[in-house]
Design a protein around this ligand. Structure first.
Ligand code: FES
Ligand code: FES
Length: 157
């Protein structure tokens, strides 16, 4: 165990302590140590956004930070955001607008969109697209995703 580092972190409101490899990414930590597999791993170098988690309130790419950097943090994954109802409107809008196909990008897309929707009451499509530009979807062509986010913003007004 000498090479392992102790990490204490609150994830989705529950406290966890684990001994982890110093090189374990935060995304692999939530997936493999905590079984929260809604955090996906695609590119593993910060490009696709599939690994998005929320760390101390900031939308973060879980593949770009190490699990040890989470020590003392509050983390929210898509499971927590879903169970709390925080992203319920977005989830419903994605379903209604058919804004997903394989779903690989969807957890990261929803967490990123939730951060944007939380900061805006209205926005144009270009701004929505820009806000989501770090989350890559290989299936939908993005139009339906932007529609869904736009619909949630409209409903807020
Ligand atoms: Fe982290 Fe692609 S897996 S950005
Ligand atoms: Fe397949 Fe976005 S729905 S990658």
């Amino acid at each position: 165990m000498d090479d392992f580092v102790r990490v204490s972190v609150t994830v989705n409101g529950r406290k966890f302590t684990r001994a982890v490899s110093p090189r374990l990414s935060a995304a692999d930590f939530v997936r493999h140590e905590l079984g929260l597999t809604g955090t996906h791993v695609g590119c593993e170098h910060g490009v696709c956004g599939a690994c998005t988690i929320v760390v101390d309130g900031s939308v973060t790419r879980g593949c770009l930070i190490f699990a040890v950097q989470l020590d003392g943090s509050e983390v929210e994954t898509i499971e927590g955001a879903s169970e709390s109802g925080r992203v319920a409107e977005l989830q419903a809008a994605f379903v209604e607008r058919n804004a997903l196909q394989c779903g690989f990008c969807t957890p990261g897309m929803i967490l990123t969109a939730a951060e944007f929707v939380g900061r805006h009451h209205e926005s144009n499509r270009a701004e929505i697209r820009e806000a989501l530009s770090g989350n890559i979807c290989r299936c939908t062509g993005y139009e339906a995703i932007v529609d869904a986010v736009e619909n949630v913003l409209k409903a807020k007004r």
